[in-house]
Design a protein around this ligand. Structure first.
Ligand SMILES: NC(=O)c1ccc[n+]([C@@H]2O[C@H](COP(=O)([O-])OP(=O)(O)OC[C@H]3O[C@@H](n4cnc5c(N)ncnc54)[C@H](O)[C@@H]3O)[C@@H](O)[C@H]2O)c1
Length: 371
């Protein structure tokens, strides 16, 4: 019988940018205690413990992963340390939430998943877009067939990328086509199913990097739907360009990143900063100040697709805490982490070789044997 009252006690590994984001959320979740944090930078570990009122800190992430009395370990370390952290936590009998990607090599991800399975502990991986109400609203539009099928989901962006250099190393973070676009590979699988093949043209724009920072990627799903990414993390700091984020289909287009345009925007900002839902009736009980919208451009009319904005990281960590507390399977785990990483490594291979990489393991169609 699961204990629904006892607090879920966490160790958090990695007190960097996202470690702090997690700590802010964990502090808000009812019935959660963080009992130890780890960071190799002692001053950062100490400052984190002070800032969040955590009773203990260490510079040794393995010590924290095996900390006596914790129920769960939250891994926010650089990606190249994820496998060791997950394995140590699992071998200590602790449930694991690990930020994405689970590892940089598929073999390492498989090893981390196996360690959790052998230990009988839960593993959830940080595919937070599965909890993003905006992306989920888009998924619903696609699944309902309102764009027709197949669709092309396309996203273009250009920034300087993450601030830390390890993100750009092939053996550190894998660059944007592993670290960042893995959200798109995972969500694509969530909506469209298995991947058929990938094509990519990639390059390194900024010197000193070992992973591609710029490129064009095309992921084809067995369903016939496609994901097109045009990404760069090669721009200088503070320079960023407009983003394109749309889904195109034979029955219409879905604009996932609408820009407010006077006269078109259904949500206007009142003088006090509160968003007012202007031209479309909204559902009862939905706070109009907290609404997001996508634009659905159909054959005859454009209409907004309204959703309640949410904190996707809060919702994903809450789902992990619930899985631990109620002894349920986490909503997104090791199998999804390995599958998305397979797509990411295929993208790197396709970029290097210039050849399409097939990920199809089973024939999509069963053909009748010739008579
Ligand atoms: N889900 C998302 O959308 C999302 C967003 C940002 C980051 N992330 C992921 O979160 C992870 C962390 O990213 P970040 O931006 O916080 O990185 P970061 O570099 O800001 O933080 C990493 C922290 O780990 C510490 N560290 C490094 N080596 C260590 C070691 N050997 N032992 C203990 N501590 C060590 C560093 O001192 C640093 O404080 C990455 O895997 C990243 O991909 C996910």
């Amino acid at each position: 019988m699961p204990d629904l009252v006892a607090p879920v006690r966490f160790a958090l590994l990695g007190c960097g940018r996202f470690g702090w984001r997690h700590l802010e959320v964990l502090q808000r979740l009812p019935g959660v205690e963080v009992v130890v944090v780890a960071d190799i930078d002692e001053s950062r570990a100490r400052a984190t413990a002070d800032r969040f009122g955590i009773p203990a800190y260490t510079t040794d992430f393995r010590e924290a992963a095996a900390w006596p009395g914790v129920d769960a370990v939250d891994v926010c370390l650089p990606t190249y340390l994820h496998r060791d952290a997950v394995t140590t936590a699992a071998e200590s009998g602790h449930h694991v939430f690990c930020e994405k990607p689970l590892a940089l090599r598929v073999e390492d991800a498989v090893e981390a998943v196996a360690a959790c399975e052998q230990a009988g502990v839960k593993l959830q991986v940080g595919f937070c877009r599965r909890f993003d109400n905006g992306w989920l609203a888009a998924a619903e539009v696609i699944r309902e067939g309102r764009l027709g099928r197949p669709v092309v989901w396309r996203h273009a962006t250009g920034t300087s990328g993450a601030p830390q250099s390890w993100f750009f190393d092939r053996d550190g973070g894998g660059g944007p086509f592993v670290d960042a676009t893995i959200h798109w590979y995972d969500f694509g699988r969530f909506v469209f199913g298995e991947v058929d093949s990938v094509r990519a043209s990639t390059s390194i724009m900024r010197p000193g990097r070992t992973a591609p920072d710029t490129g064009i990627v095309s992921v084809r799903f067995v369903s016939g739907d496609e994901l097109h990414l045009m990404w760069s993390w090669g721009l200088p700091p503070k320079v960023r360009v407009d983003e394109l984020h749309e889904v195109l289909g034979p029955e219409g287009a879905l604009i996932m990143r609408p820009r407010p345009e006077p006269g078109v925007d259904p949500i206007r900002v009142a003088g006090d900063g509160v968003k007012v839902f202007d031209s479309v009736p909204h559902a009862n009980g939905v706070d109009p100040g907290n609404l997001g919208y996508l634009w659905l451009l159909g054959r005859d009319a454009a209409q907004p697709v309204i959703y309640q904005r949410n904190d996707m990281v809060e919702d994903e960590l809450a789902s992990f805490v619930q899985a631990v507390r109620r002894d349920q399977d986490p909503p997104v785990g090791g199998a999804e982490a390995v599958a998305a990483l397979r797509v990411a490594t295929a993208v790197l291979e396709a970029g290097e070789t210039g050849q399409a990489v097939s990920l199809r393991t089973l024939p999509a169609l069963t053909r009748r044997a010739a008579r």
